[in-house]
Design a protein around this ligand. Sequence first.
Ligand code: GDP
Length: 641
Amino acid sequence: MLDFFTIFSKGGLVLWCFQGVRGPAATAPVNALIRSVLLQERGGNNSFTHEALTLKYKLDNQFELVFVVGFQKILTLTYVDKLIDDVHKEFRDKYRNEFQQKGALGLLNGTFDFKDDFMRLLRDAEESSKVRAPTVMKTFEQSLKSQKTVKCMIETRGEKPKEKVKNKKNKGSKKDGTEAVAVPSKASAADKQLSAAGDKEELTKDEILQKNREEFFRRHMKAGEKSRSPKPDAQKEKGKKPRVWDLGNSNAKVLDYSNSATNGSAEACPVEEFDPDMALGDKNREPGRLYDLEYESDDEAEEEKVVQNPSKPSVKKGGLGGMFGMLKGLVGSKSLTRDDMDPVLEKMKDHLIAKNVAAEIAVQLCESVAKKLEGKVMGTFTTVTSTVKQALQEALVQILQPQRRVDVLRDVMDAQRNRRPYVVTFCGVNGVGKSTNLAKISFWLIENGFSVLIAACDTFRAGAVEQLRTHTRRLNALHPPESHGGRTMVQLYEKGYGKDAAGIAMEAISYARNQGFDVVLVDTAGRMQDNAPLMTALAKLIAVNAPDLVLFVGEALVGNEAVDQLVKFNKALADHSMAQTPRLIDGIVLTKFDTIDDKVGAAISMTYITSKPIVFVGTGQTYCDLRSLNAKAVVAALMKA
Ligand code: GDP
């Protein structure tokens, strides 16, 4: 029944292997397991699927061993967990001396004659699954129902059972969330932040975002760039005025052309009103360079505080400080057990959730860290503390550095050599910043000497085409043909509203090819992940036009919601595509990073769930507010107590 069972060291040495009669060789699936799970810190559950196989695995952290069993995924083998546990125990006990005394050399020279033991354990495990006693039905007296009184089953009008009230509350809050997302989702996300930040309850949403943004600039800017930190608005006017993000330039005006007041016709937004300084943001930056996200780590901040106020003790309360402090209670020389770690893991999980990591992912991450540490022998107290912290940090960095890197400039140059435009499609729900960040990416490409054709394929939302028209005009004002040898660096391909988006994208791509544009950026209409007809249309647009890169645009403001959007977009693209191997999302643009302070969990959630890289990070509303992800900076923010 089993296809294979293999035991290897974490260093990659195969110690023993059982190969089933007709099963496939263990090499390919085990390599996939190592690449996609063990090296990627996704060891939260013990199971992995590779093609037609299910792989179950167990780690022995004391002797650095991995036990893997493979079987056809259509089979339900109830004894596999027992088998893997039994084999683990028996193998470890039988060869303990080899592992302890001879080290790696012992493993190399050792002969692990384990076949008979394995066959015995396999037989036992199979037998035990067969002889399980049939379950006897409970009598009424034994059931919980018999203990209920008639009174407790009667609902009194106006007074709802506790459970129901709670559910209703949840439903209500979910509904609020979806409604808010349908219009720009800023409000819903800000609501979440509002409730998350207990001490900020009395501030308005705008004030919270402004505060977060100030904090963001304080932390994320390099020393030389610190002058760019925003100045607080002197007085805030209430009402529907667009928010002004001051980016170190007191004359700055918003780069938000998404509402009808500014994004209408050319007259509604005359060229002469445009302030290039505003759109450019930081003047000291190097043109065309995509800067990394910067984050002032907790340690540095702490050091700074100590220098400023040497008398103040730097003891931190709660958060990770408290969490890791708890580990000091562990006994130094014994190996870590699950019981030792459970309270710490619980705190760790809460900390991650508070930082906006999706709940389910926080659980899996902690599980993965626990699996990595269980059985590890700790030397001293300090080693315990640093080991746990390091395990979590390593896991987080690993998650943020997915296997496939996207190098847009290199790929554009490749396409250029093949005399064809490089095509990028942007998708996501409404209001997340698709058009704005598409414009920032256009600007970055132009600064790198590439010409851009923007395809206005959001033929649905009123003002969408005009918004892109405004961006195009402004980008052209910043990079006029005169400064590029008479070459128009950016142009808009538009066909108005109500037309077939896939068709417009196709026309735009062939226009770009004829006119010699280097890149086509396709803007698509925002859509909710559950809207099947719109998702089918998006899948069609992608299938028909085969873009080089499909980018999902998501806000950093949302936690669980972002994961839901991303998963459903990916699934919908797979489900609604007619192609055999459907095109899915290739990468992520994480927007509004400037509004979340250190609640950077969405970055972790999104990459964890899809293994897709975050290609760009939007950090504001000027054309220069585009960054590349710096895993270490994000992890530093996440670990901050
Ligand atoms: P779309 O509906 O997805 O195309 O979203 P828009 O591009 O119209 O952007 C919606 C709002 O988000 C606008 O007010 C943008 O200015 C704003 N926005 C977009 N990206 C960012 C960002 O990185 N930071 C901030 N603070 N605001 C952003």
